[in-house]
Design a protein around this ligand. Sequence first.
Ligand code: AMP
Ligand code: GLY
Length: 424
Amino acid sequence: MKTLILGSGGREHAFAWKIAQSEKSEKLYIAPGNAGTELVGENIDIDINNFEAIGDFIIRNKINMLVVGPEIPLVNGVSDYFLNNSKFENLKIIGPNKKGAMLEGSKEFAKEFMLKNNIPTAKFISVTKNNLDEGIKFLESVKSPYVLKADGLAAGKGVLILDNKQEAIDELNQMINGKFGEASQKVVIEEFLSGIELSVFVLSDGENYKILPTAKDYKRIGENDTGLNTGGMGAVSPVWFANEDFMKKVEDRIIVPTMEGLKNDSIVYKGFIFIGLMNVNGEPFVIEYNVRMGDPETEAVIPLIKSDLIDLLCGVADGNLNEKNIQISDDFCTTIMLVSGGYPEAYEKNKIISGLDKTNDCIVFHAGTKNDGNNIITNGGRVISITAFGKNIEEALDKCYKNAEIINFEGKNYRKDIGNDLKS
Ligand code: AMP
Ligand code: GLY
């Protein structure tokens, strides 16, 4: 199998690391990749939103499988581009088509989808400048805090949670008037759900599905969940409170109706479905769908999969996932993210990273790194994701944190409390 992965973060390094272990892997390319993906495959310098250039590369290099990491190319229709062109009829594509990707690309579409399919989620209303008064009425009918979401993709910044009603009304006005550009011309206002968050990942071939290990990520920059939101500062998998009873509710009330709903909408969904959940007193509610794997959740979930990833992904593309066996390790897996000083606000790049060859008993996934010919240097806000296994969360985290002291770069920052709330 000749595979091309699109993306350049820790998630893509984790995919590449796992695919490279497969006996079926003949050649692995990552576009554009990072200094870590280069260790297990070949990086190629192609813009992930330039479908024509990706297509040329696929033809020239006889690529059999395209794995799409991030959401933007999916929302822009990368899968449709290849599915609708007979030159690529044998290409296996991992990632939903444009309509399927609307589950992430439009919060309104996702909420309407859940409503239509009786999937438990927070009450909501969708507001544009034409029904602003209804939006304000909705805010007056629910209790604080108030949840406002830009309908479209806003690089993880489009969700506001506000305690004060007047502030919420002011923000609603600003959003509709372009605070997040086109993405917030429509705003979904939701009832606030109080509980513990976790994520469930499903691999779908359009008909059949496999549930991957659950995970919890830590989004805020500061300890005890304080400060600004980031892409994710660490993750733990699996989440102990997602026990058999809870997961049965998730499967019956959320996963099965999601699969059915997609089919009813004639969406042949081939790829990962990432379901962000709130556990409200033991009952699961969907907070959001993403149409890809999470980052850094992937760095804690993929290492727990013992089965061959190429084989599973072939099942996804070929529609015979039901014939595949998925084996999951009994261990816990945790990952912590080393980030650049200042992130998620302004930060400097090009800092030399040391100690990468001195780590032990962990897997180092690169996120924002590049090789400048002499050194591996920082090239993003999230720099390195350190993953380790353990018989329990404490053991896994202990290994992550020991190695976090070994890898260094100027300005290095990381949260010291990842998984504290999940320790036994
Ligand atoms: P989203 O992008 O929709 O996942 O929202 C970002 C974050 O906001 C989520 O991970 C939750 O922490 C929080 N959030 C979103 N919607 C709600 C809600 N209805 N109730 C409580 N928290 C929410
Ligand atoms: N870690 C959250 C995400 O990937 O969306």
